[in-house]
Design a binder for this molecule. Structure first.
Ligand code: SAJ
Length: 433
């Protein structure tokens, strides 16, 4: 019999994945303890508030906290299931850093007991779950751990990657299929029983190493495909073609589905995870490595094109539309739009204004640069050059009549009806053809 106060589930790490996961598990009726190293995060959640922006998350967290199903702490407590959702960054040589995962393992090891299930969700290089298992085995020689004993183990350990899209996290947490990789098949079955409590998508079991690789492959697949689109956009610029028109037409083929070019690839997943594969097999990954280079290189192409346009119109005022790493979110981490805008501001100072409806204030690098943050209406009234860096809906809906006389560099292809003034400009400036 468990005491009334013991949580059923402990979620380690209350960030973009951990907090929504904790809240969704709590909504399913489990008593959840969320663990975080930040006292500020813990206090915010215990007030029923949130420290990140995600669609519908505020209401959900408020509801489960006030019903006593979710609480947060900096101190671990015994539970039946432990879900680890901590960051796995890379260092300057693109080597994965799993120290937060191992630290989480060290935190929970002392409270593990017979029957517990430990699940790693953080994006991780292949073999991380087994490394965490080895560390737990070392710290708890009294426990029989899976894969290291011929007897029935005391605990189960599995890897189950999150694969939710920022902006749709709550919906995708419930409805996406899950790959559940056990250190042993028995571990996979135990983890499966847990996910069935709150996931409506199909839950497919496999081994831990395959599940780890699956996650990396999903994001590398997308990176490679975006790189193809970005390369096409650079080729089209060179040939004086409209890449959007070319892609639209090619995608009418029943087996072609080219993604969208943009100013580069941002966020903390797609621009990072492919490196975990490259690091694990450096000689076997020329394609994945090249795709990373193409996507990072696209930012510099955009900067060069924007600079040429701005320099050719010394009296024009310029608005950069968007700083977020993708549409309709307030997340600026690893954002190519932010990088491009900051480079333009550094070069052209107060000639540049920024429109970012998802930010109350501009990021730190814009301080004391003379740049002003304006709204889209001001931009349309006062600026002659518009550089579209993010496809926020609020930009997409601007009618042609309000922008027909502008010089537009649309890196996201949101305004297909825009007269091709820029293209003529480019030809004049010898940027294309
Ligand atoms: N992008 C393009 N062109 C496109 C699609 C995206 O330039 O056609 C850019 C976006 O603007 C953004 C970047 O790529 O800068 C990444 O955006 P995204 O929407 O493709 O992906 P993320 O980073 O928000 O989320 C990804 C998702 N992975 C896949 O779609 C394979 C998500 O399902 C993962 O859970 C998430 O990474 C993660 O946490 O790993």
């Amino acid at each position: 019999m468990k005491s009334d106060n013991k949580p059923d589930v402990c979620v380690v790490g209350l960030g973009y994945i951990g907090l929504p996961t904790a809240a969704v598990i709590a909504r399913a009726g489990c008593k959840v303890l969320g663990l975080d190293v930040s006292q500020k995060v813990v206090d915010t959640i215990n007030r029923g508030e949130i420290h990140i922006e995600e669609v519908d998350l505020d209401g959900l967290v408020h509801g489960v906290v006030s019903r006593g199903l979710l609480s947060a702490s900096t101190e671990v407590a015994p539970a039946d299931v432990f879900v680890i959702a901590v960051p796995t960054p890379f260092d300057k040589n693109h080597a994965p850093d799993i120290s937060y995962v191992l630290a989480a393992g060290r935190t929970i090891a002392p409270v593990l007991k017979h029957g517990d299930v430990v699940i790693l969700e953080s994006t991780s290089p292949v073999g991380t779950t087994e490394q965490m298992r080895d560390m737990i085995a070392e710290m708890r020689p009294d426990l029989k751990v899976p894969g290291l004993t011929s007897e029935i183990p005391d605990i189960s350990i599995a890897y189950c990657p999150e694969r939710v899209l920022p902006g749709r996290i709550l919906e995708e947490l419930t409805n996406n299929d899950r790959s559940i990789g056990g250190v042993t098949p028995r571990c996979a079955r135990k983890a499966l029983a847990f996910y069935k409590r709150f996931v409506r998508g199909e839950c497919v079991t496999t081994d831990a190493r395959s599940a780890e690789m699956t996650k990396l492959v999903e994001n590398a697949y997308r990176d490679v495909n975006i790189a193809f689109a970005n390369e096409l956009s650079i080729v089209s610029d060179k040939m004086g073609l409209d890449v959007w028109e070319v892609i639209r037409l090619a995608n009418r083929h029943p087996r072609v589905n080219i993604l969208s070019p943009g100013p580069g690839v941002g966020g903390h997943c797609i621009a990072v995870d492919p490196w975990f594969i490259v690091h694990g097999a450096p000689d076997e990954t020329p394609l994945i490595r090249t795709a990373r280079g193409v996507n990072d290189g696209k930012m510099h192409h955009v900067i060069a094109k924007a600079e040429a346009l701005i320099e050719a119109h010394p009296d024009a005022k310029v608005a950069c539309l968007g700083l977020a790493f993708k549409a309709n979110i307030d997340d600026f981490r690893e954002s190519p739009a932010r990088f491009v805008a900051s480079r333009l501001v550094r070069k052209f100072g107060s000639r540049i204004s920024i429109v970012e409806p998802h930010a109350d204030e501009l990021p730190i690098e814009f301080t004391d640069t003379g740049v002003s943050q304006i709204d889209i209406d001001d931009a349309l009234e006062t600026c002659q050059i518009l550089i579209v860096l993010v496809d926020h809906d609020v930009f997409r809906v601007v009618p042609l009549a309000e922008r027909a006389d502008k010089l537009v560099y649309d890196t996201r292809g949101i305004w297909p009806d825009q007269p091709r003034v820029v293209r003529e400009e480019e030809a004049r400036l010898k940027l294309v053809g």
